[in-house]
Design a protein around this ligand. Structure first.
Ligand code: ADP
Length: 560
């Protein structure tokens, strides 16, 4: 209408959208925004990248990838981050299968399994070995005993994660399935997280049986990857959302609800899992962010859609399998016309879910709406927590998650125009909405803030020995029991070990995880009697307090 004619449209550079291009184009048409498929000489409001944050020529606007996200969610890095959080908060972080990193933790894996078997002889575990950086089920295999790990051969010698295999997944139609949920990390500072109200369920194509030596190798029974199962003769393409080998998550919830399952509790557990996982990832992301987009320099702001792969156990407990930095946004699938001959055909189920996610992500990132909102309502709304009474909005009866009551939590857009014709948002804010329930978990974030403060030169991700010494000195952590020589030894020991694990050879120095380990070490030394999270919290508070005092002193000196 007249209003949209007056408003210059939002501009989107889609030249690097790759396989998400089709879904992006549909979204932009629905929003009536302006697409630049070949890029633009002038800056755009939004840059949509299909793969990763790789364009250092963007100086303004918003880009749909965070620097370092791909590295942060790799299997090994995610497992490490989850382990750190589990060490601090064992009860809160029990939704990720127990994992070990290969090859470096092979002896630990062998020893721990032996101890567990000794203490419980009836325990007959299965493990799943997944190569780091692999995807689509590539190189994955199941084992019954640590001695079955394949350590030779090119794929097998890659670093990998070995993980406890969830033997009793929830089945639908006798088949194992997993859930792909879309999560929008809208902002890192302050943390803002949204979850899409519908996702996809991807089914195996052979009836499930608990793992035995005989069936361990049957990928169509144990692995839910679409890219594998599509090659099984049993894969069913369906235009309907509640049949076939790929369905909407809402259709599964509907089935569960009709069987009497507590679907609201399940959603609240999923929301907790997502928030806790992102809390585990943010420290590392902040280190990458300050290095790629230093504060004070012109650069874009970032947001990102993540794909969470979740398995439901028989008792409906959700288990995190992995986080994808670049979840597939393709809205077509391959169909085998005759043996070996494939054709791309539209996939209505993918289109329904993915277009809504992209379109509503764009609506949330709308720079013009943001300007209006900033002047209208203050940030940081809080609420009562992911209670089971919360209208988490997957309405079974109407099969229309987007229109379910209570779904429209964002303030309605005042301006008429395309927005008025669109369904209410399919993305639900979960953080800071539920911040009150989760903020106590953000300890490593505060450790990362200390780390970043002492990094010194912008653009680095590793702390040099001088930076570490300055940290110790400024926080007054050395004393007669802990000399500066001991500080240097601690630095060298931990840094050398982390660098020998060969994660990132680009820079020398202490990476964040090494600093976190050193920090935990110092905290344990100083506050022996407390549980680990209290030790760490006490040391953080001490450091923050001493740094604030030092800063105050400097200000006074500066004035003088
Ligand atoms: P990829 O990135 O190669 O897809 P995933 O971690 O997603 O690797 O694992 C592939 C599939 O293997 C999953 O979709 C799931 O079906 C199965 N899987 C992975 N980890 C486990 C586990 N711990 N327990 C049971 N099944 C698992």
């Amino acid at each position: 209408g007249a209003e949209s004619a007056r408003r210059p449209g939002v501009t989107v550079d889609s030249s690097k959208a790759k396989t998400s291009l089709e879904a992006l184009k549909i979204s932009l048409r629905q929003l009536r925004w302006k697409e630049f498929p070949f890029g633009r000489r002038l800056p755009c409001d939004i840059y949509w990248h299909g793969v990763s944050f790789h364009d250092s020529n963007i100086f303004s606007g918003q880009v749909n990838k965070f620097p370092g996200m791909t590295e942060t969610v790799r299997k090994i890095t995610l497992s490490r981050a989850m382990r750190t959080m589990r060490d601090l908060f064992p009860l809160e972080y029990n939704f990720y299968p127990r994992s070990w990193i290969l090859p470096e933790e092979l002896p630990l894996f062998v020893a721990e399994v032996r101890t567990m078997k000794d203490s419980n002889p009836s325990w007959k575990p299965t493990f799943i070995v997944k190569p780091d950086g692999g995807c689509q089920g590539d190189g994955i295999y199941l084992i019954k005993d640590p001695s079955d790990i394949r350590l030779t051969g090119s794929i097998q010698s890659r670093p990998a994660v070995v993980q406890e295999y969830i033997c009793k997944p929830l089945l639908v139609d006798k088949l194992k399935f997993d859930i792909r949920l879309y999560v929008l990390l809208k902002s890192l500072e302050p943390l803002e997280i949204y979850i899409a109200k519908d996702g996809l369920s991807r089914f195996c194509t052979e009836p499930y049986q608990e793992p035995t030596l005989k069936n361990l190798h049957q990928v169509f029974m144990h692995l839910t990857n679409y890219s594998l199962n599509i090659h099984s003769g049993n894969f069913i393409h369906s235009a309907s959302a509640n049949t076939g080998s790929k369905r909407t998550f809402s259709s599964i919830l509907c089935r569960l609800s009709s069987r009497g399952a507590d679907v609201k509790k399940l959603w609240s557990d999923i929301i907790s899992l997502v928030i806790k996982t992102i809390i585990a990832l943010t420290p590392e992301l902040k280190v990458y962010y300050q290095s790629d987009i230093p504060a004070g320099k012109p650069g874009p702001t970032c947001f990102q859609i993540l794909g969470f792969d979740i398995l439901l156990m028989k008792d409906l407990k959700p288990v995190l399998l992995e986080v994808n930095a670049n979840p597939s946004m393709r809205i077509e699938h391959e169909q085998e016309l005759s043996p070996g001959v494939f054709e791309n055909v539209p996939s209505p189920v993918d289109e329904k879910v993915k277009v809504a996610v992209i379109r509503d992500t764009l609506r949330l990132m709308d720079p013009q709406k943001k300007k209006r909102k900033d002047t209208q309502c203050p940030r940081g709304r809080m609420s009562s927590g992911p209670s089971q009474a919360d209208p988490v909005v997957l309405c079974c009866r109407c099969q229309s998650p987007e229109r379910a009551p209570g779904a429209n939590e964002e303030p309605p857009d005042a301006a008429p125009g395309p927005e008025a014709a669109l369904p209410s948002l399919c993305l639900k804010q979960v953080f800071p909405k539920y911040a009150r329930h989760f903020s106590y978990l953000r300890l490593v974030d505060r450790v990362a803030a200390l780390f970043i403060r002492f990094l010194g030169v912008k653009g680095t991700t590793k702390l040099g020995p001088t930076g570490f010494r300055t940290f110790i000195r400024n926080c007054k952590l050395s004393n007669s029991n802990f000399s500066m020589a001991a500080v240097d030894i601690l630095y060298i020991d931990i840094t050398r070990r982390w660098n020998s694990m060969g994660i990132d050879h680009k820079e020398s120095g202490m990476c964040l995880q090494a600093f976190v380990e050193a920090f935990f070490c110092l905290a344990q030394k100083k506050y022996k009697a407390l549980p680990l999270h209290k030790q760490v919290l006490s040391l953080i508070e001490l450091c923050e307090c001493r740094l604030a005092a030092l800063h105050g002193k400097r200000l006074v000196w500066g004035c003088g």
